[in-house]
Write a protein that binds this ligand. Sequence first.
Ligand code: ADP
Ligand code: MG
Length: 702
Amino acid sequence: MCQSFESISELFGSNVFNDAVMRERLPKDVYESLKKAMDGSKSLDPASADLVANAMKDWAIEKGATHYCHWFQPMTGSTAEKHDSFISPTADGQVIMEFSGKELIQGEPDASSFPSGGLRATFEARGYTAWDCTSPVFVKEDGKNITLYIPSAFCSYTGEALDKKTPLLRSVETLNTQAMRVLKALGNKTSKIVTATLGPEQEYFLIDRSFYEARLDLVLTGRTLFGAPSPRGQEMDDHYFGTLHERVASFMNEVNIELWKLGVSAKTQHNEVSPAQYELAPVFATVNIGTDHNQLTMETLQKVALRHDFVCLLHEKPFAGVNGSGKHNNWSMVTDDGINLLNPGKTPHENMVFLVMLCAIVRAVDKYAKLLRASVANTGNEHRLGANEAPPAIVSIFLGDQLTDIFEQLATGGARSSKEGGELKLGVSTLPPLPKDSTDRNRTSPFAFTGNKFEFRMVGSTQSVASPNFVLNTIVADILSEVADELEKASDVNAATQKLLQKIATEHSRIIYNGDNYTDEWVAEAKKRGLPNIISTAESLQTITDPENVALFEKHKVLSKKELYARKEVLLEAYSMQVNIEAKTMLNIAKRQILPAASTYSGRLGSDIQAVTAAGVNADTQVEMLKKVAALIKDFDSNIKTLENAVTKLSDIDDVVKQALECRDNVIPAMNAVREPADELEEIVDADVWPLPSYAEMLFLK
Ligand code: ADP
Ligand code: MG
């Protein structure tokens, strides 16, 4: 696979039109213009765009590419692409290979079949993709097909965002603006840009392809809708960080090579808590590139798995009874001159910037806790949040002992400020230098400070990280704008900062919690503190359009009111559609596989009883077995009918909110009721007639 490369460093990014390639292939002035376009200071003129497009085309063709595509992220959460070849027929019946600046900058896919949440009618088909020059163009190899990929935003004819990237890019801008205002007010004279950084740790399961193909539930819904617990699960704690199985290790090796070629810095890999569960983490990148890379990572995991006769399950909860999968969304802010704003630092000056950023984040997370929670609400994640394996649906922040202590000091106003040598200095007497890793880790917190970044742990494993991050960027930008408003007008910046930090530390102490978030005590305590605990997806998604969120997104021009309402609609609809598909798949398996198998087995028992009795032997045990099976079949059948009714009722509801609530209140409970007798049957029915691969096989056989 990587034989043609001398080394990994040569392989890394070899399929990316990166800075080195640009420098080599573009005239200097065009290169400069492109760099300006990339940092947002000046858009690319048409002549330069033509030259850039041409250079990209030549480079891609040398790599064997025949096509290009605008690669975008519709509101489905996955990616979309439409390929066009470079060929252009000539008058003499030949072709030349062409790619213009216009084609690079803008595409025009039919937008009618992507969810728009009512932003457009089906007949209004026109949509635009626009090149996002802040994320590099790359070449992707899929079998023999080699294509030039152009990361793009996607919007409607009328300019509304129809994707996940557009609000992310807008949020990056607003965070930059507001964070720079604060830095300037605090005396920073060197930084020009602040960018959010992202390192998403991706969890996934790998199972043998033959098992996957024998289970319609996995094929159609990504998770098992039936399945008795394996006699052995994760209780031995021996899978986490265990030795990699050779077949898995070979898979990971190939995943890494594929990702490295694409410039994705896959770094860490290990076994996760559940059997058959694994994790991959990259080195962090800017939030926009990190998000694109996470999409490529998910896609690559799935693609390479098939080559090894595995299937990669990205679902948040593929198996009941063992841990599900999430993503730890590591997030920070960094300046163009290399200052990590969440690095506590060793000097008081650095401490001050850090403390302002820290307090702004604390206020943002407390004020917009419901929005943050909603940014990770989907059908799959509902199985995880609050199920003692992932953080509960209550948003809180882990700061660790030392920072919490400092935070509490700030609240008492004990931190005195003074000015020295033109630089601001804050409360040296009460603020010690802040060493990294001064506190233990807390794996149960949904939003944990981990040394020089925050880790948002509620994100589901299938989800695009765009939404949680555009929310995070925007809510932090919002509080930073408040901070900047105060500091810019203050005659004494020190005193103003002091006052602000004190106010935040006093008002938002309720969001800080360093204890075990998985306990019932915390749920009770959080309630006392007035923290929201929104467990259901249906309820959580409704909060997206709360007035304060509309105001937030409009103020920072991340989403208009119309766009926000559309997003809520799309997400609610997707939730109900997913539940509906699961319910129908469940009915299909129940009626066509499990019921017949249980019936066969009961028939077999019936014949056995006759034969045994005829032989003059007591068949009481077999009679008991048959009675048990018959009773479970009866229950199962009756629960199937209830679920059928629930599904029919669901299809009669038009309103998206009512649909989602119907799913939560009737369809899902009816599904749980169907599963129960089926799983019991699995434990007693002859293994030879049971139609589905078992949990033990799927989780333990490789
Ligand atoms: P752990 O979470 O176990 O402490 P690491 O510290 O190695 O592991 O980080 C996990 C993830 O966090 C990695 O993807 C890493 O690149 C990312 N990360 C580290 N520093 C930052 C940062 N400043 N901003 C965003 N992500 C970061
Ligand atoms: Mg981590």
